[in-house]
Design a protein around this ligand. Sequence first.
Ligand SMILES: [Zn+2]
Length: 177
Amino acid sequence: MSTIARTMNQGLFPVRVDPLKSVEQEAEFSGSIAVSKLERLQDFLQDDSGEAQVEIQFGHDEQGTALLRGKCHAHVRMTCQRCMNPVEVALATDFELGIVFSDEQAKHLNKQYEPVIADSESLELLPVIEDELILSLPMYAYHEKCGDHDLVHTQEEPPVETEAPNNPFSVLEQLKK
Ligand SMILES: [Zn+2]
């Protein structure tokens, strides 16, 4: 029996899995990923401290579409846009992705799912989780009251009238090109 066949592997989150087997067996995986392993996410953070807790489950919907469902949460340190000191931000995201094996399949995927393109033998999980965490980042992070580092406030609008240097969405758009 391979390690992939076991459900609910605890501890470190697997780096890659066999997507076909995982879907067939409705495999579940959970564990943690150190933020230091997620370099693209770090571009938006003050430092690489912290770890993400991840739970995923493979399966399919009634139409037979292969799915990867999961949730992820992490505490990370971003830069306060008011005082430029670190501010702790809690990230949380739920996702439901359609697993496809080619660009052509991705085009025909039910629009309710974002595609994740897998190789028939392996699916790299870290980039998938990393994308979800990047999408869950607040546009701007700042302390509710600078100087009191326990209070965190995030919102969609900048606290001051300036363009944020690290807009996660524009960077993600560039990555897609
Ligand atoms: Zn501050």
